[in-house]
Design a protein around this ligand. Sequence first.
Ligand SMILES: [Ca+2]
Ligand SMILES: [Ca+2]
Ligand SMILES: [Ca+2]
Ligand SMILES: [Ca+2]
Length: 252
Amino acid sequence: MAIQEREPNNTMATAQNLFGLLPTGGTRSVTKTIEGSVSGADTDFFRFLPGNQATSKITITLTGTNSNFFLYRDANHNGQIDPGEFIDGTFGRASKTITLDGSGDNIYHVQVSKSGSAANYKLDITATPGLGSEREPNNSPSQAQDIGRLNGFRNFGGSVSSSDRIDYYRFRLDTNRDVSLSLNVKSSTTNAGLKLYRDANSNGRLEANELVATGTGSNDLIRKQLGTGDYFVEVAQVSGSVDYRLNMSALA
Ligand SMILES: [Ca+2]
Ligand SMILES: [Ca+2]
Ligand SMILES: [Ca+2]
Ligand SMILES: [Ca+2]
């Protein structure tokens, strides 16, 4: 049954709370459907969290002409939208679905606003339990799996081996953030290495002087304050057939 919007919900601070989507230990996808309307002076905010640290993806779909939606995470918990807190939006695109692979249990805010005359809308938010998955081919920077703007936690499972030596992921920062990356390898008889690059000259290639950090310690930890830019994460096989979990976060 659909949830009706409740006014006032015009700011992040007064967002209508949808709470967690997934029950603890649940194994099935859960969808919440919200119905509302927006007009010139009326914008609507909703807040939700997946409810489970291991969430393979969140999908948000907006139905209704003349409306837009924007996804944020209030990184500094001040109830307002600050630089770097925007994650994705529809901006009048024909397809109004946003998918976040490998989402951790972040608290998200969705804003619906009108793009034309007053609009009725339906918003479907789906959370799917499990771990985000790498998508092959991801063997070069140009094939890197693009996770979009990194804000909060994102987690992926993948593998590298002698026949698939490298996996690349890419993310974007729109403001300064404390970024943390780590690589957990399932079997102690296998090993992989973690590197972080920033494509400073935006030529789509990763040059030696663009290396930002190399993982250290048993979990290949990288922890650094980073500024605006396009970043590439490289997971490279060192020995054996490696099943890994890559944890990424960007916090205020
Ligand atoms: Ca409304
Ligand atoms: Ca409103
Ligand atoms: Ca792989
Ligand atoms: Ca690969």
